[in-house]
Design a protein around this ligand. Structure first.
Ligand code: UDX
Length: 440
């Protein structure tokens, strides 16, 4: 089939590349000429494991191409995916749909034969209906359907999540549109991936409900972690003990500094607003949003407390700045709250992140940017791990202790084991367990 994907960000580029891997002919469209020129040269605008190889392979096979000309891409397309950004609107948390509506206007002008227009971006309930109105108003003659097909891609695992999803959700009541979508996802059909056909607004709500439930689950274990620290219990054992219950499930029960990223913070807020506007507020999710925002700020205090209550004039080595590993994405990362608070408290921060520093340099001031993990530690009074990159999981602890002024580690991702750290001569603070001091 012929597919056009409008928007070449985390969602659009991965979706376009994966659809071409399925064997479809895909044209990815973006207004950003630099980005399109780069993609034509094989330069990826984002870091996503495996994406470079996938794009190059399919571009070479002639199944994947890039253009700034939306009309050119849409005119022969059986399906057009809207995968543009839907950022939180400044100030009030509603999703900003201006890019979605602008794309709909342009698509309307370019449609020729029957076309399925698909909202792939995360959009508030009712957006599909709005897109349909926009296209119908511009083109009363056009034959088209607007379908909701939300993505459930995790950054750092996006290709895996696209190629082997737990399910595909498709929101439409048109049999013609269902036929096109079945054809599009045929390779998944063959591996018996469940396909949930439902109405458009239900599909739009499924996406938000999934993300806000996951954010709620994380916030639940984060609060249990705080309780564990007081009760001298172990949050990882609690997570394991409850997660083995099939009704709860083991995933997304890793206590940490709070969730970040381009989705959970934005989507929780947008659903809260939708619910408030509908007069049926989601009080649990409102609380989750509030707790998570406060938690990220509280993590700086945790580091300060681990340094004896003050960090003025002290050097803090910070490992990890991105909101999670295997991505370069800094959006809503806990580091954006933690690092400025440490600097405001008088600390000197030396930081390293394997992929996020280019992005971080635009978002954090007053940081000493280092070339490697060990490079941050010279004469440091404490070492704080903010993101669980694999390369931070097996530090040479003797070398770390030798480099630092004081053997103090604050591990916000529970990468290390407290007993091992005490054995290795560290004062070790983590999440959801009691602090340990260096064994004598
Ligand atoms: C999320 C959803 O997982 C994905 O399905 C959706 O399509 C987009 O949003 P993503 O934001 O890329 O994906 O990352 P994810 O792996 O879900 O982590 C989100 C945040 O939660 C990160 O800050 C991560 O550190 C945090 N997290 C995740 C925890 O703190 N604990 C966990 O157990 C899992």
């Amino acid at each position: 089939m012929h597919v056009a994907v409008v928007g070449t960000g985390y969602v659009g580029l991965v979706s376009g590349a994966c659809f071409s891997e399925f064997g479809h002919n895909v044209i990815c469209v973006d207004k950003d000429e630099k980005k399109i020129a780069g993609l034509k040269q094989g330069e990826m605008p984002i870091y996503e494991p495996g994406l470079q190889r996938l794009v190059e392979g399919n571009a070479e096979a002639g199944r994947l191409s890039f253009t700034t000309d939306l009309a050119e891409a849409v005119k022969d397309a059986d399906a057009v995916f809207i995968a543009v950004g839907t950022p939180s609107r400044r100030g009030d948390g509603h999703a900003d749909l201006s890019y979605v509506y602008a794309a709909a206007e342009e698509i309307a002008q370019a449609i020729t034969g029957y076309t399925v227009v698909v909202t792939k971006s995360t959009v508030p309930v009712g957006t599909g209906a709005e897109v349909e109105k926009i296209i119908r108003a511009a083109r009363p003659d056009a034959k088209f359907d607007v379908v909701s097909n939300p993505e459930f891609l995790r950054e750092g695992a996006a290709i895996e999540d696209f190629m082997r999803p737990d399910r595909v959700v498709i929101g439409t009541e048109s049999e013609d549109a269902r036929e096109v979508m079945r054809e599009l996802y045929r390779p998944l059909y063959l591996i018996e991936t469940p396909i949930v056909f439902t109405r458009r607004q239900t599909s739009e709500l499924i996406k938000y409900a999934a993300n806000t439930f996951l954010a709620t689950k994380i916030t639940f274990i984060n609060e249990i972690a705080d309780l564990c620290e007081i009760l001298d219990a172990d949050v990882q054992d609690v997570a394991r003990g409850i997660g083995l219950d099939g009704r709860i499930g083991r995933k997304f029960l890793h206590a940490g500094p709070g969730y970040g990223g381009s989705c959970f913070p934005k989507d929780t807020l947008a659903l809260v607003r939708t619910a408030q506007d509908a007069g049926s507020p989601l009080r649990i999710v409102e609380t989750v949003v509030d707790i998570n925002a406060k938690r990220k700020k509280a993590m700086a205090q945790k580091i300060i407390d681990a340094c004896g209550g003050a960090v003025s004039g002290k050097t803090i080595a910070v490992l990890g700045l991105t909101f999670k590993p295997n991505t370069d994405d800094m959006r809503d990362s806990p580091s954006l709250d933690i690092v400025p608070a440490l600097i405001a408290a008088g600390a000197k921060v030396r930081a390293y992140d394997p992929k996020g520093m280019d992005e971080a340099k635009h978002m954090l001031n007053g940081v000493d940017w280092c070339k490697s993990a060990y490079d941050t530690m010279g004469d440091a009074d404490a070492l704080a791990i903010l993101t669980e990159w694999n390369e931070f999981r097996a530090l040479d602890l003797d070398k770390v202790r030798g480099l630092m002024k004081a053997p103090v580690m604050i591990d916000l991702r529970n990468i290390y084991n407290p007993d091992d750290m005490a054995e290795a001569g560290f004062d070790y603070t983590c999440i959801g367990k009691s602090k340990v001091s260096a064994a004598n």
